[in-house]
Design a protein around this ligand. Structure first.
Ligand code: ADP
Ligand code: MG
Length: 598
């Protein structure tokens, strides 16, 4: 049974969305190609500079705009690339190289140093990482000043000259325009790949990203390599445009320009930061008296944008998310489609907690908890607020290491404190407070659940090779089916922060289903749903379990628990108060008195 009904519209809508995204870039490109018709060579210099800056900013955009890492000293890589290219083409310290080869080597240096500057981001948070990038920028400038025999110190070195056809100013302009276009295309490919989605997931929902198996360090290293490489290349181009470079050509203002271009452009967008770069490059030029005030201007512009349109230019241009959503929406899951999605591992698996205890300071959140969840069954976990239900889920999914006891899957102990390993082991979960990327579409959020099924490498995605395209088609199709299963396919292309709370819970279930899990942990999925929707949710959960998945259901709605669970465990103050079939629990005097209220 294949759900063909959804596939054609998916392709069509995605195609349309791509065209919509492409149109403004095409307009810019045509304007760029026609620039020589408009005017003098000074305009050409500004155009060239904007292209060069964009080569750098396009890569930095993946670091700042997509991954949300505050890298403000990126000018250091521009400096590095400029000196590497200039020194290698000057022939003073080594045999003279062709400028193209020198440019490629600058890219290589940029990549290596991009990772070195980026590495602290794996450990340090926001502000501290920002400081290390700044520190690096200072070091590079100081080295350029001090290492006179190579860099010429304060006197500087001549920049490279690219031979015919790029020797003339307009020729060089087209060379830079071509590279800028290439960078736009490559970063757009990454943005539309599982790598781009994973970057945004790390930024906005890191915990959920880990739960679907995304490894932050691996991903960030790839992005720093790329971002460093293009920054190095931009440096080589910059040196050629300047024709002579000294350390004071690389001011801190430049770094601020790059960073702010991304912020005013809008995080997670390509077009926005591209426009931001053009505006910030051109602005001081067209208001010559303002050049001295450029940093001030950037700051004012940033303030205005942050206050007036926090989503940046990209949000202003995002017309499709202003179309109103249908008011009276209903969630109608279609569990019968589940078969098209899942091929659950039918081996009879068991997930076991043995004598698990965990305290937070003086609070014993779970106390000697023993629990067994079997494939194909729904196991209810109930108890008053603060009784340790969510903590139990967090221990299973690897966020907390138990102080005593262990968690076993198929008899083998699961590694504590390694949430990103759970997806590969077939354990999926949802969160008590939904953790989704508000700025991404519902479909993209669900596709994130399938990240580990992607086969294409970062480089393949960068240049959109066939494996990347196959991945995308496969993930989009699977995500659409998962959305149909939970009954939300009509909202696939809406930004997820426009959805209601109850809908978000179903989006999380769809994302979890993308893992085709052996075990599914649900944390209060019925909260905020109507009675009718709770019943449908119950049917959905039952169908999921009957396909072979073991479900651990944390819930407050007693009816739902007693309707669909095969087994129920009642927690109180972290301890098991009772455990058994729903009928046994319902008849348990202590439970009835303490929890079910009569
Ligand atoms: P439930 O999900 O059953 O409502 P939780 O598992 O969230 O309960 O919490 C159990 C107890 O552990 C509560 O007393 C809660 O305050 C405490 N707790 C949970 N997580 C933390 C944490 N990260 N730090 C400190 N205390 C915590
Ligand atoms: Mg809870």
């Amino acid at each position: 049974m294949k759900d063909l009904a959804t596939s054609a519209p998916v392709a069509a809508t995605r195609g349309l969305a791509r065209l919509e995204a492409l149109a403004p870039v095409l307009v810019l490109l045509i304007a760029g190609v026609c620039l020589p018709l408009f005017g003098d060579s000074y305009l050409g210099v500004i155009g060239t500079r904007a292209c060069i800056y964009w080569v750098l900013v396009s890569g930095l955009n993946l670091v700042v705009g997509f991954a949300g890492q505050i890298a403000i000293g990126w000018v250091a890589l521009l400096t590095l690339g400029a000196y590497v290219t200039s020194v290698l083409t000057a022939g003073a310290v080594a045999p003279e190289l062709s400028p193209y080869l020198a440019l490629a080597i600058a890219g290589l240096f940029g990549a290596i140093f991009g990772v070195i500057v980026g590495l602290p981001a794996l450990r340090l948070r926001t502000f501290y990482f920002a400081m290390t990038t700044l520190g690096f920028a200072t070091i590079v400038t100081q080295v350029a000043l001090a290492w006179k025999s190579v860099t010429g110190g304060g006197v500087g070195v001549p920049g490279p000259i690219f031979p015919w056809p790029f020797a003339s100013p307009w020729g060089f302009y087209f060379f830079c325009l071509g590279l800028a276009l290439l960078c736009t295309w490559m970063t757009a490919n990454i943005a539309a790949s599982r790598f781009g989605r994973a970057l945004v997931a790390i930024r906005d929902a890191e915990v959920a990203a880990e739960a679907v198996g995304i490894s932050k360090p691996g991903l960030l290293v790839k992005v720093f390599l790329f971002s460093g490489a293009v920054a190095g290349v931009a440096g080589g181009l910059f040196a050629s445009l300047q024709s002579y470079i000294t350390p004071d050509a690389f001011t801190f203002d430049l770094s601020i320009l790059f960073f702010i271009a991304i912020l005013i452009g809008g995080r997670g967008s390509i077009l926005g930061p591209l426009l931001g770069t053009i505006i910030l490059t051109a602005l001081p030029e067209f208001a010559a008296p303002l050049v001295a005030w450029s940093t001030f201007l950037y700051a004012v512009l940033l303030l205005i944008i942050v206050l007036a349109m926090p989503g940046g230019i990209a949000e202003v241009l995002d017309f499709k998310n202003r179309r109103p959503l249908e008011r009276h929406r209903e969630i109608r899951p279609r569990p019968e489609l589940l078969g098209t999605l899942s091929n659950p591992d039918t081996s009879p698996a068991v997930l076991t907690l043995k004598g698990v205890s965990l305290s937070f300071g003086g609070v014993r959140a779970i106390d000697d908890l023993t629990l067994e969840i079997r494939a194909g069954e729904v196991h209810g976990l109930i108890g008053p607020n603060g009784s340790g239900k969510t903590t139990t889920l967090n221990v299973i999914s690897g966020y907390y290491a138990p102080q005593q006891g262990q968690v076993f899957l198929r008899g083998k102990p699961l590694r504590p404190r390694a949430p990103h390993t759970r997806a590969a082991q077939g354990i999926a979960r949802t969160f008590q407070t939904p953790r989704l990327i508000g700025a991404a579409s519902v479909l993209e959020n669900v596709m994130i659940g399938g990240s580990k099924d992607g086969r294409s490498t970062f480089v393949e995605s960068l240049v959109a090779l066939s494996r990347h395209r196959r991945d995308e088609a496969m993930l989009a199709q699977a995500a659409m089916t998962a959305l149909s299963v939970v009954g939300l396919e009509q909202l696939a292309f809406a930004r997820s922060d426009r959805l209601q709370h109850g809908e978000l819970r179903f989006v999380e279930i769809a994302r979890a289903l993308m893992l085709r899990p052996s075990f599914l942990l649900l944390d209060e999925p019925a909260a905020g749903l109507s009675v009718e929707e709770i019943k449908r949710l119950g049917d959905l959960i039952l169908t999921i379990s009957r396909q072979g998945t073991g479900v651990l259901l944390v819930e407050h709605h007693a009816d739902l628990i007693f309707d669909i669970c095969d087994r129920v465990t009642v927690l109180n103050l972290g301890k098991v108060l009772a455990s058994g079939t729903p009928a046994e629990i319902r008849a348990h005097r202590e439970v009835v008195n303490a929890y079910l209220g009569g």
